[in-house]
Design a protein around this ligand. Structure first.
Ligand SMILES: Cc1ncc(COP(=O)(O)O)c(C=O)c1O
Length: 384
């Protein structure tokens, strides 16, 4: 039997046995009482996870990219202006989606490894009228975490919708929709929720829903959230067959998040990130992403001179841990390690031990257990 490997790519993240168990439950009718009850509760849980009381949650078969498309198509109409804040690959993807639907947009781009500053946003919105501003909370390509709370502060009291791509943040890094004034959070199942991929997940504020209603028709059918709203309100109704098993798995994922508690979960992600990064630095690696934009959900890491990308990652996988290579022009120069979802302390220590075994097998000289010691000290604080 093939030995299971620890998945530490920037999503999908390792799937907890409880979630796998829910996924393997029999496929029931999509309008059965069990599924209706579980979808309803998953929707309620989702709102709690993003601190939203009055808004509308949506869980639909798809992926993060579909959620990006749904967020734009249901908030920005023809002739209205969108402002895209980009710190990497997924900010650029947002502009590609806008272009595909002929939506007019402006772009503020940061250097890769950093994020757009709130002051840059403030200046731009004082020069021109925008219907919506969209930000990638954590860009999975550069590892940069945008200051979304500060962006929201700059947008407060303005008639501008604020859209946050939380695919690599929601459920692991704080996102307070009501308190901060976020109108749309778009996300997916396979990262901080620790469920298998296959769902597009969104929460829209009342203001965003009001905007959707004002828009009347939009160039979408499956992506039109007004087609899904009656189903979210009463899942015993039909629009398109939901992915039953995936919804059961995601529901279990939302329960695990709330059982842990949001503050404790945010703190665990922050501590795990610190432990992994400090261990890597102690072993001679460096970080691509710059302070203060480091993300609690993944790290983008530059190699010491002696280490070559492909042989390192394949040896690391042989030792039981799968990490990702760099995207776009960063391929070969960095590796990306995801540390999100339901990752346990023993899994983190296993990963750092496997890292040291990998470095030894590549003939890299360092003092054995250097990384483990650093990580253990930080993680022990978490449990004490
Ligand atoms: C920030 C961000 N947005 C959007 C996406 C797209 O999600 P998906 O791959 O599920 O389509 C990703 C995927 O990694 C992402 O990290």
């Amino acid at each position: 039997m093939q030995k299971e490997k620890l998945l530490m790519i920037p999503g999908p993240s390792p799937v907890h046995p409880r979630i796998l168990n829910s996924l393997s439950l029999p496929t029931v009718s999509h309008v059965s009482p069990e599924l209706v009850a579980e979808l309803k509760e998953a929707l309620t849980n989702l709102k709690k996870i993003v601190f939203c009381e009055e808004g509308e949650p949506f869980i639909v078969a798809g992926a993060g990219t579909l959620a990006m498309e749904m967020a734009l198509l249901n908030t920005v109409g023809k002739g209205e202006n969108l402002l895209v804040l980009s710190q990497g690959f997924f900010g650029e993807r947002m502009t590609q989606i806008a272009r595909s639907f002929d939506l007019s947009f402006d772009l503020i781009e940061s250097e890769w490894g950093k994020a757009v500053l709130p002051e840059e946003l403030e200046k731009k919105i004082s020069e021109k009228e925008y219907r919506a501003v969209v930000s990638t909370h954590v860009d999975t390509c550069t590892g940069a975490c945008a200051p979304v709370m500060e962006y929201a502060e700059k947008l407060k009291r303005r008639d501008i919708l604020f859209i946050v791509d939380g695919v690599c943040a929601t459920g692991g890094i704080e996102e307070r929709m009501d308190d901060w004034g976020i109108d749309v959070i778009l996300t997916a199942a396979q990262k901080c929720f620790g469920a298998p991929p296959g769902l597009s997940v969104l929460v829209l504020s009342e203001r965003a829903m009001e905007k959707r209603r004002e828009m009347k028709a939009i160039p979408a059918y499956y992506s039109d959230l007004l087609n899904w709203l009656p189903i979210m309100k009463d899942p015993s109704k039909y629009f398109s067959t939901p992915c039953v098993n995936e919804i059961r798995a995601f529901y279990e994922g939302t329960k695990i998040v709330l059982e842990e508690g949001m503050e404790k979960r945010f703190l665990r992600h922050a501590r795990t990130a610190e432990a992994i990064r400090k261990a890597l630095l102690a072993l001679g690696f460096s970080l691509f992403t710059q302070e203060p934009f480091l993300a609690d959900t993944l790290s983008v890491v530059q190699y010491p001179e002696e280490i070559e990308d492909k042989s390192f990652r394949s040896k690391f996988a042989e030792n039981g841990v799968v990490v990702a290579g760099g995207l776009a022009e960063m391929a070969g120069k960095v590796f990306r390690i995801g540390h999100m979802g339901n990752l346990s302390i023993s899994q983190v220590l296993f990963a750092i031990d496997a890292l040291e075994i990998t470095l030894s097998s590549l003939g890299y000289s360092f003092e054995r257990s250097t990384g483990l010691k650093v990580a253990r000290e930080i993680l022990e604080e978490t449990v004490s």
